[in-house]
Design a protein around this ligand. Structure first.
Ligand SMILES: C[S@@+](CC[C@H](N)C(=O)[O-])C[C@H]1O[C@@H](n2cnc3c(N)ncnc32)[C@H](O)[C@@H]1O
Length: 219
């Protein structure tokens, strides 16, 4: 589940390599995704929404959002084998295509209500994250939703991130600031000690229902 995207070529190679076994961790990851999707839905109702899931991987995150009522979920990923596996697993339910999340030329501005990415950003370098956030902002009608790390991770996850040379340490320090460069209104929804959902609204007027989980983004 952890990795570093030093370049597109690297992401492409790593994820195609692990695609045949990556879905084996899905039962565990789905437990975290379920918790996150329930809290997200309480704050941003997903019913009837069209959603683009960037770095869709096995399709597990997108599938959970659909279960919460999203009307249409389309996943994009840079790795062919990830896309192939997701298409096979969720045929007739979700759609997927091979697209680089830093360049969404094929999609028009505002073509989805919400754009999301789960466990994608912390593996990328800051300049790539910035390009991806800008593209997500362009495609979103309402908001973008980034599910990823914050706070303390369990020791084994820290070890894996270190071994795999992920950018998670910088990510956790600067991601709110990176979001603030693009979005006028940002919330952070704490899921648990290690995971959070970062929400970037395109308009300052939006407010989330008051929730004990909401914290200031730059905290
Ligand atoms: C840790 S996985 C995400 C798991 C996914 N959320 C799920 O539900 O299975 C990261 C995914 O991001 C994809 N990815 C990395 N860089 C990308 C990019 N620039 N554009 C699109 N997908 C990218 C990888 O190929 C990989 O499948």
């Amino acid at each position: 589940m952890t990795y570093v995207v030093k370049s597109h070529k690297h992401a492409h190679r790593i994820f195609n390599l692990i695609a045949p076994i990556y879905h084996l961790v899905d039962p565990l990851v789905r437990i975290w995704y379920k918790k996150a999707s329930v809290k997200l839905d309480k704050n941003i109702p997903l019913q009837g929404k069209s959603i683009l899931d960037v770095g869709s991987g096995t399709g597990a995150w997108g599938a959970l959002l659909q279960q919460r009522g999203a009307e249409k979920v389309h996943g994009v990923d840079i790795a062919e084998l990830m896309v192939r596996g997701a298409k096979r697993r969720y045929r007739g339910k979700l759609t997927f295509s091979l697209v680089d999340g830093e360049n969404f030329d094929e999609f028009e501005d505002g073509s989805f209500d919400l754009i999301t990415a789960s466990y994608v950003m912390h593996g990328m370098l800051r300049n790539s994250r910035q390009k991806m956030l800008e593209e997500m902002n362009r495609l979103a009608k309402d908001a973008i939703i980034i599910h990823d790390f914050h706070g303390e991770q369990p020791a084994f996850a820290r070890f894996l991130e270190y071994m795999e040379n992920s950018d998670y340490i910088n990510f956790k320090k600067t991601f709110c600031e990176e979001m603030q460069e693009i979005f006028p209104l940002i919330y952070k929804l704490s899921i648990d000690k290690s995971d959070a959902i970062y929400i970037g609204f395109k308009s300052k007027e939006k407010t989330l229902e008051e929730s004990k989980y909401l914290i200031k983004c730059n905290k």
